[in-house]
Design a binder for this molecule. Structure first.
Ligand code: UD1
Length: 416
């Protein structure tokens, strides 16, 4: 089984070029199916979630060519709007193909999406919005069949600003001949990236970066050339890696404003961060506990950065408190950190982290994408050797993770 072998104790030092954002490229790939005209996407990360998204597109009859970070998509010959459970269970973002297929064909058949296990991940908000627009959604055994009946303009008030539901509803609304308003929409930068791509294709959508989106559908979309935004979660992970190892890193291809909440917390903890145009430099000598670190929708502290931040706080001076408010089971990395000598008590939404002087190496298994990244960060600062297995989790979302870390001095290698 593939694993990272890590010899800890080396402060990271060097430059990291941040890749295109996983959570932006996946919905944009799905969106490229809405038009029958070709699109070209740049800065697409080489991660297995993108490979899986491309497989889904090809399985539907779409022509996709991937060349380094460029993906060419020609969806003119799509023959099917049925995604096999084999692909659906590989990643959460497969659910976004539902909205794209509905926009293009007025019908789609999917099943429950897979992805990281972070607690219950229902799709009730997606279905509520689709039904309000006039889509019929019904389960046929394990499979979900949706089709357009009489579509109508409507206002969808989301009880929670779900990222996935907002993306799906934006896409499905493109078929609706009247205005669809989404209230309490997610404001994550990846939603804005999706809207900017769709607008380049000719869609009429306004309100990006606000919680009210207006979509005027019923238009024929063209394709577009589009460069995917930088991955703010990869940036946040490397910022936390510099803090965890008391190192200094220069991150290139970043939007500093996208990681504001993480930057603020790390600065409060004693890191020095300098921001420039598309770059950030972080330097960390000593790390103090901060808190409370409360996760919430953008622009609060992101749930995806909670685990990497916890790895940093595991050896900070003092006690920090985490409150996870987005997912019900997102402390699955804690047992691995405990095995490395961390002092953490996690109950319900809360985790109390008492900083220890040092961690020690251990053999641990990644539980999910960000939790696995946190284990790698902890191993990088731990005394001795660690083995982090199940690295397919990290390979879903971090491009060349080990390579980028070792370019900054980390002693990390992959074994098969
Ligand atoms: C996306 C991101 C993920 C990030 C998360 C929150 C992608 C591919 N993934 O996931 O990295 O951690 O946003 O920022 O972009 N919920 C419901 N009903 C629904 C939909 C969601 O109850 O119909 C709940 C979920 O169970 C969860 C919370 O809402 O507790 C947040 O989910 P959501 O914002 O939808 O996250 P994802 O789109 O799954």
């Amino acid at each position: 089984m593939r694993a990272y072998h890590i010899s800890g104790g080396v402060p990271l030092c060097g430059e990291v070029c941040v890749s295109g954002a996983k959570n932006a490229v996946l919905p944009i790939l799905a969106a490229a199916l809405v038009s029958s005209k070709p699109s070209v996407l740049y800065h697409c990360p080489d991660i297995s979630d993108v490979t899986n998204a491309v497989s889904i597109m090809k399985s539907l009859g779409c022509e996709v060519e991937r060349n380094k970070d460029r993906i060419y998509i020609d969806a003119s010959d799509i023959r099917s709007s049925d995604i096999s459970p084999f692909f659906m269970e590989k990643m959460r973002a497969a659910i976004i193909f539902l909205g794209a297929l509905l926009a293009r064909f007025g019908e789609a058949k999917i099943s429950q999406p897979g992805g990281c296990k972070l607690g219950e991940r229902p799709i009730d908000l997606h279905l509520m919005g689709l039904r309000l627009m006039g889509y019929r959604c019904e389960y046929q055994g394990e499979r979900l069949y949706c089709c357009a009946e009489k579509l109508r303009g409507c206002t969808i008030a989301l009880p929670f600003p779900s990222v996935g539901a907002t993306e799906n509803l934006i896409l499905a609304a493109l078929r609706c001949p009247e205005e669809v308003v989404i209230c309490n929409a997610a404001k994550e930068p990846e939603i804005c990236d999706l809207i900017l791509y769709l607008r380049k294709c000719g869609a009429h959508i306004c309100g990006e970066n606000t919680s009210v989106l207006r979509i005027c559908g019923g238009r024929t979309l063209l394709g577009a050339e589009y460069t995917v935004m930088p991955d703010r979660m990869e940036a946040a992970t490397f910022l936390c890696a510099a803090a965890t190892t008391r190192g200094s890193l220069c991150l290139k291809n970043v939007c500093p404003e996208h990681t504001c909440a993480v930057n603020r917390m790390l600065c409060n903890a004693g890191c020095k961060i300098r921001q420039g145009d598309g770059r950030m430099e972080i330097c960390c000598d000593t790390l103090n506990a901060v808190g409370p670190i409360r996760t919430a929708p953008y622009d609060a502290f992101p749930t995806d950065a909670q685990a990497p931040m916890m790895a940093a706080m595991a050896t900070a001076r003092g006690v920090s408190v985490f409150e996870e408010n987005v997912f019900s089971d997102r402390y699955r990395h804690v047992p691995a950190l405990l095995q490395m000598g961390a002092k953490i008590r996690a109950t319900g939404r809360c985790a109390i982290v008492e900083g220890v002087d040092r961690l020690h190496g251990a053999g641990v298994a990644a539980t999910d994408l960000r939790g696995g990244a946190a284990m790698v960060l902890a191993a990088l600062c731990a005394e001795g050797e660690s083995v982090v297995s199940n690295i397919f989790h990290m390979e879903r979302g971090y491009e060349c993770f080990a390579k980028k870390l070792s370019a900054c001095g980390a002693k990390i290698r992959i074994t098969e």
